[in-house]
Design a binder for this molecule. Structure first.
Ligand code: AMP
Length: 443
């Protein structure tokens, strides 16, 4: 299939071909023709699936015919969870729309409002915004929504995770009812579906990601290690493997800053982005990372949203994230658009609960390795593949013993590569449960 069969016009096709895209990704092939027909859509699509073009191309196509006539108005609104993603999406609009005359702008918090207000005064065609700042601007009457024809919720699950539900609902309440709505989310949880019901009437649900989710070419493995040895292990791995570039996720901003110092002491240059750094510095570091000037970038999960680098070969989870979907988002930074990628996690006993939730979410175990000299003193217990968090067990009235049922199956992927020293990762079973004195949260 080629882009020319999707119903897009020449200026857009030219821009796509100039970017070197040859074939639409599965979500693009399925969603773009429907969006061009004006359908509301809910799509399970992750970062890396080509989702941005999936909503940007139809918006450009539909808006190309006119222009925003009045001040402080826009015709399409895209909501994103973070400023980085807002900037990234705006850049994509500029690239895909380079042969059109449409005007797009990014709106996000943490910076002076005045320039954003100034730009809105002229009127723009497409606004890409984080919900909080957009709502502030709306309240101050700097933007009116009465000309909005298209709404996109990008990474809806992340926006909900980040607590934007009230801002989003308030914004949606003020939009014209006659509009097209597209919702994209890595996962279609109950909350996302509820939001979709409010946002996108009679939406067609697409689940391209579901089918291909296990398929991105990302090799995942983990190293078990004591918490206090993680930075030494990371340095060792970097030195041993001479990776060209890696994005390293860590939980806290203090942890990020500390890790930079620890790596530097071992002769490894790294940079950190987190909420404690100014927007200008974050943008500069991101640009340097994209340009390959920074080899190792340490980031808190949220700061890394919107990092879009083709051929990023490696993602490292210095800490395992919570919730489990965050892991899926993180590893989606590599193995993009069919390229091969690798995702490595450093897992200590403290990470065990998150590990179980991640493996349950993936529905397979992640291959465990030990690195010589870094064998953990505090063993990471055997995994429970169908782990149910305590809150959910209580809600269902389930007892702790019922959590582990027979029937979990090992991942066929787990033994793909030779393991330095395989750890006996077991699967949830009655015997596995009986062996869990180390399980820190067991009742
Ligand atoms: P996204 O999922 O929107 O973050 O896109 C992931 C990456 O894939 C971006 O770098 C896009 O430029 C790229 N991309 C999107 N669609 C295609 C395509 N059809 N062919 C090649 N690359 C693409």
């Amino acid at each position: 299939m080629s882009f020319s069969t999707l119903g897009l016009s020449a200026p857009i096709l030219t821009a796509i071909s100039e970017l070197g895209y040859q074939t639409p990704t599965p979500i693009q092939a399925e969603a773009i023709p429907l969006a061009l027909k004006g359908k509301n859509l809910i799509a399970a699509a992750q970062t890396g699936s080509g989702k941005t073009a999936t909503f940007v191309l139809p918006i450009l196509e539909l808006l190309a015919k006119g222009e925003t006539q009045r001040k402080k108005r826009a015709r399409a609104l895209i909501l994103t969870p973070t400023r980085e993603l807002a900037v990234q999406v705006t850049r994509s609009i500029e690239q895909y729309g380079k042969h059109l005359e449409l005007k797009a702008m990014a709106i996000y918090g943490g910076v002076d409002m005045a320039p954003q207000k100034q730009m809105l005064i002229q009127g723009v065609d497409i606004v890409v915004a984080t919900p909080g700042r957009l709502r502030d601007l709306y309240t101050q009457r700097a933007i009116h929504f009465d000309e909005i024809e298209m709404l996109v919720l990008d990474e809806a699950d992340r926006m909900l995770d980040m607590g934007f539900i009230e801002d989003i609902t308030k914004i949606i309440d003020t939009l014209p009812e006659q509009r097209q709505s597209l919702l994209f989310s890595a996962t279609l949880s109950r909350q996302v579906r509820e939001l979709a019901k409010e946002t996108a009437d009679k939406a067609i649900q697409l689940s391209v990601t579901k089918k291909s989710e296990g398929k991105p070419n990302i090799e995942q493995w983990l190293v078990t290690v004591d918490k206090d040895k993680k930075s030494a292990l990371l340095s060792h791995l970097i030195q041993e493997n001479s990776w060209p570039q890696a994005l390293i996720f860590i939980e806290t901003k203090h942890g990020a800053a500390k890790l930079v110092t620890q790596l530097e002491k071992r002769g490894i240059e790294a940079e950190a982005i987190h909420s404690g750094r100014t927007q200008a510095i974050r943008e500069q570091i991101l640009a340097d990372f994209k340009a390959g000037k920074v080899k190792y970038l340490i980031s808190t999960g949220i700061s890394a949203r919107g990092i879009d680098i083709d051929e990023l070969p490696l993602v490292i989870n210095y800490d395992l994230p919570f919730p489990a979907d965050e892991y899926v988002h993180r590893i989606g930074r590599t193995g993009r658009a069919g390229a091969a990628g690798e995702a490595i996690s450093l897992v200590s006993k403290d990470d065990f609960k998150n590990l179980c939730m991640i493996e349950s979410r993936l529905d397979h175990l992640i291959e465990r390795r030990e690195v010589e000299g870094f064998e953990p003193r505090k063993a990471v217990p055997v995994s429970i593949l169908n782990y149910v968090p305590k809150s959910k067990r209580d809600a269902k009235g389930e007892g702790s013993n019922e959590r582990v049922k027979a029937g979990n199956k090992p991942s066929t992927k787990n033994n793909k590569r030779k393991v330095t020293k395989p750890k006996d990762a077991k699967y949830g079973s009655e015997s596995g449960d009986a062996k869990l004195p180390l399980n820190p949260w067991k009742r």
